[in-house]
Design a protein around this ligand. Structure first.
Ligand code: RIB
Ligand code: CA
Length: 315
C-alpha cells in the first residue's frame, strides 16, 4: 500500500484528482495540505472542505501557505472565476460548520515525512510553496521522501504565460527550491497533459453517466466537465487537457507513461520567461538529472480508464 500526501489548490481539476485518489484502494492517503493557487487560500481551503464534506473523505485536511515565497500572489481567477472552480452545474455549496484541522499544513507534512522515512509519496498539484517551505525548514526531508509527483511545468509551452505553467509561475522561487533539493521527482508537465485530452465525446459520455446517476454530485461533475470545455471556447470543440488528474492516473496505471531523466531549472529573472521550466533532455550519458520528466502517455487508454472510474464514482 503506497503512503501518500496531497498538496493541492482546489481548483477545478484538483477536485477530479481528489476523487480519483479517494477511490484508489492501493494508496493510504495520510493527509492533505491546501495552498493558495487557483484562488486565494481562504477560497481553495473552502473548496477543499466542501469536496471533503460532500464526498465523505476522511483524510485530515490542513491549511498551508497563503503567499508565495517571494513576490505578489498570482491566481487563476481571471480564467476560472472567483471560486477557481467555474462550473455550469451547481457549485459546491459552502460547508459552514467544516473547518480544517488546527495544525499548519507545512508542520503536518514535515511530521508525516519524519514518521514514514522513505515511504511517503507527495502529490503536488498546486504551487510548490508548502513543499518548499518544508524543505527550507529541514533540507534533509527532501531525501526522506519516496518521491514527489508534480503536476507542473512543461517541456514546451506555458499556459499562464506563453513560457510558464501556472503552478510554477505562481511561486517560481518555491519551484527552484524543490527542483534543487535532491528530492526524487517525477514531473508531469503540460507537454504530457496535452496527450490526455477531454473532448466533447468524453464530456458527452460523462453527462450520459451523470444524468443516469442523477445524483447532485453527478450534476456537479457533469457541470464541471461542461465548464471545463467552456474555459477555452464557447462551443466545446477544442479538446481540453486534463491537468491534475494525470498524477492519480499515473499512480493507478504507471504502465501507460514514459519518462526521461532531465535537468530542469526554473527561470526566475526572465522578463517574459519567469516561471519557465528549462528542461535539458539531452544529458550526457551517465549524467543524472534532477527529475524524471513524463514525455508520453497512452492518452486514449488513460481517458477510457478514467471515465470508467467516473462511471463507478457517479453511480
Ligand atoms: O496549469 C495547471 C495547474 O494549475 C493545475 O494544477 C490547475 O489546478 C492549476 O493549479
Ligand atoms: Ca491544481
Amino acid at each position: 500500500m503506497r503512503k501518500i500526501w496531497l498538496d493541492t489548490d482546489p481548483g477545478f481539476d484538483d477536485w477530479f484528482a481528489m476523487l480519483l485518489l479517494a477511490c484508489n484502494r492501493d494508496v493510504e492517503w495520510l493527509g492533505t495540505s491546501v495552498v493558495a493557487g487557483n484562488a486565494p487560500l481562504d477560497i481553495t481551503l473552502a473548496n477543499a472542505l466542501a469536496i471533503k464534506h460532500h464526498y465523505g473523505l476522511t483524510t485530515p485536511l490542513y491549511a498551508g501557505c497563503a503567499q508565495p515565497l517571494l513576490g505578489k500572489r498570482e491566481t487563476a481567477q481571471g480564467v476560472l472565476g472567483v471560486m477557481g472552480m467555474r462550473t455550469t452545474g451547481e457549485p459546491l455549496p459552502a460547508v459552514e460548520a467544516a473547518a480544517p484541522s488546527p495544525e499548519h499544513g507545512v508542520d503536518m507534512l514535515i511530521d508525516t515525512i519524519r514518521r514514514h522515512p522513505g515511504e511517503l509519496s507527495v502529490l503536488a498539484i498546486g504551487p510548490l510553496t508548502n513543499i518548499a517551505t518544508a524543505f527550507i525548514r529541514d533540507p534533509s526531508l527532501a531525501t526522506q521522501l519516496r518521491e514527489l509527483l508534480l503536476m507542473g511545468g512543461s517541456t514546451g509551452r506555458g499556459n499562464h504565460t506563453p513560457a510558464a505553467e501556472f503552478n510554477i509561475y505562481a511561486d517560481p522561487e518555491a519551484a527552484a527550491v524543490v527542483f534543487n533539493s535532491g528530492v526524487p521527482l517525477r514531473m508531469f508537465g503540460l507537454n504530457v497533459c496535452d496527450q490526455l485530452l477531454l473532448t466533447q465525446r468524453e464530456v458527452g459520455r460523462v453527462q450520459q453517466i451523470a444524468n443516469a446517476a442523477g445524483t447532485p454530485q453527478a450534476r456537479w461533475f457533469a457541470g464541471y466537465l461542461d465548464a471545463y470545455q467552456r474555459i477555452r471556447n464557447r462551443d466545446g470543440t477544442v479538446p481540453m487537457p486534463l491537468f491534475d488528474p494525470i498524477v492519480p492516473a499515473y499512480l493507478r496505471w504507471p504502465q501507460l507513461f514514459k519518462f526521461m531523466s532531465a535537468r530542469v531549472d526554473i527561470e526566475l529573472r526572465g522578463t517574459f520567461t519567469r516561471g519557465m521550466t528549462v528542461c535539458n533532455l539531452r544529458l550526457p550519458a551517465g549524467t543524472a538529472g534532477n527529475a524524471e520528466v513524463a514525455l508520453q502517455v497512452d492518452g486514449d487508454s488513460a481517458m477510457t480508464l478514467l471515465l470508467d472510474e467516473v462511471a463507478r464514482l457517479l453511480v
